[in-house]
Design a binder for this molecule. Structure first.
Ligand SMILES: CN(C)C[C@H]1CC[C@H](N2C(=O)NCc3cnc4ccc(-c5cc(Cl)c(O)c(Cl)c5)cc4c32)CC1
Length: 337
């Protein structure tokens, strides 16, 4: 591990791997807080390097209560490290498996948070394009955190069909399977339909070990609706699992869909709870005392959002507050050492 990483983080074991990346758990030395670090080797990345730049550029502009926050980017000659918010509650995938399937109300609670995250991502000009239960984690309050923007794209632009080389076929929209140019935002809605089906049924609507048979099922778009599905559940699933992307519901219409509103009475709140450019003054106080500079100077430093270690420290202290902890830093900062 290079000094740029070891100076700030005590890196521990690998907790997961996604394609060309490893994700390690680590401890932020200044605060003692746990973080996740995605490690990618530049040689191993090869021509996939632009995808990492797309993920980093997307994560730079995304700050939302249902997205795992990027804290810091460390670019060394051999590797790229993305330091992120650690999400302790495991994958929604595992949660569904332990409960077999979710009752409609619990599925609705999670799905409203997924709609919130995706409406925000689309509004910021991106499409996630790899939505699946494995990429939805639960925090300590059982709230959803979306992760893995490794396939992120600009949804307005028609995508050439790189998708078939990666991503998960069972969640891939028919237009992707057919190799047609497609809009990422519409592909996300299809994946959300697959996801809601998995939450409500405990298994996938289109599934076959034989990829060719799986593709045929997806292109046909016919799936079974088990007897426990309510009429409302069947209707919202149908609105997302439309094989024609132009017939598919948009995320804006999902915000106040009757099924989504049931027992809540209000549309999904999709805007980020973090006002753009807002800076937490309590955290600034802690940091300005620690670094021995004025709060204005500290705020100006943070407002540059450089995703360097100072920025990471700010985000980590904010996350401590979210967890109900008092934001504080451990070791005294000895100038010049
Ligand atoms: C393709 N998927 C299946 C790969 C696995 C990789 C490890 C993940 N993970 C754990 O295994 N245990 C716990 C855990 C805790 N906090 C995490 C925070 C962020 C990320 C994260 C964020 C972004 Cl933005 C990203 O691009 C990637 Cl790859 C990961 C992963 C976390 C995590 C789960 C998904």
């Amino acid at each position: 591990m290079p000094r740029e990483v070891c100076d700030y983080y005590q890196v521990r074991e690998t907790i997961g791997s996604g394609g060309f990346a490893q994700v390690k758990i680590a401890k932020h030395r200044l605060s003692g807080e746990t973080v996740a670090i995605k490690v990618m080797n530049k040689v191993a990345l090869g021509e996939d390097l632009p995808r990492v730049q797309r993920e980093i550029n997307a994560l730079r502009s995304l700050r939302h209560q249902h997205i795992s926050q990027m804290y810091q980017v460390i670019d060394t000659p051999d590797d790229i490290y993305i330091v992120m918010e650690y999400v302790p509650g495991g994958e929604v995938f595992d949660y569904i498996v332990t409960k077999d399937r979710l009752l409609e109300d619990e599925a609705r609670k999670f799905f409203r948070q997924v709609i919130s995250a995706i409406a925000y991502v689309h509004n910021e000009g991106f499409a996630h394009r790899d939505l699946k239960p494995e990429n939805l984690l639960l925090d300590r309050y059982q709230n959803i955190k979306l992760i893995d923007f490794g396939l992120v794209a600009k949804p307005q632009s028609l995508q050439d069909n790189l998708y078939t080389c990666c991503g998960s076929p069972a969640y891939a929209a028919p237009e992707l399977i057919a190799g047609k140019p497609y809009l990422g935002s519409k592909a996300d809605i299809w994946s959300m339909g697959i996801l809601l089906y998995a939450l409500l049924c405990g298994y996938l609507p289109f599934d076959d070990d034989n990829t060719v048979k799986l593709y045929k099922q997806i292109l046909k778009g016919e799936y079974e609706t088990p007897r426990w599905l309510s009429h409302g559940s069947i209707k919202i699933l149908d609105s997302m699992l439309q094989t024609d992307p132009n017939q598919r519901i948009t995320v804006k219409h999902l915000l106040s869909h009757p099924w989504v509103m049931t027992n809540y009475g209000v549309p999904v709140e999709w805007r980020s709870k973090y006002k753009p450019g807002s800076i937490d003054s309590e955290v600034i106080d802690v940091m300005s005392q620690y670094y021995g500079i004025g709060t204005t100077e500290m705020s100006n430093e943070i407002a540059e959002w450089k995703f360097d270690h100072v920025c990471a420290t700010y985000y980590i202290l904010c996350n401590m507050k979210y967890q109900g902890k008092r934001p504080r830093l451990l070791q005294p900062f000895v100038r010049g050492v």
